[in-house]
Design a protein. Sequence first.
Length: 147
Amino acid sequence: MKNFWLSGVILACGITFSTCSHAESLSKEQYDAETKRIESEYLATKVRCISLSGLANEKCVADADFKKQTATTVLNRKYSPPANSNSHLGTVKIDSDYLIAIEKCTNKAPKEKDECEKTAKSNKDEEFENFKKQQETELPKPNKIML
């Protein structure tokens, strides 16, 4: 179950980043239809999660939430691609990596669990700082015109 869940998350990330590189504009009707499709898939997945209990239920719900957030981000980027849309996708990936790391910590002994969660938090903070630095270097600098 754990490997299947991780595979699903990795697959969703791959689809997200590959689809985002091919931004195309959508009509309002297409956007509305996709929004309804995403919402219905999300609700269907959450209904399937009800049959699970404990940690499996939590993982299922977290996976459903991640997939919905990812699909919504991709859809919004296709509908109206802003200059910094990849910025939000990067933070979604960092957050999903953090959630996966926290889920891996849940089955450990209390002392190991605390250490594992601290490591996951520090890794998340480090990834976020690196991402911010990368975004700063990729953004064009405004030209200063001297009068």
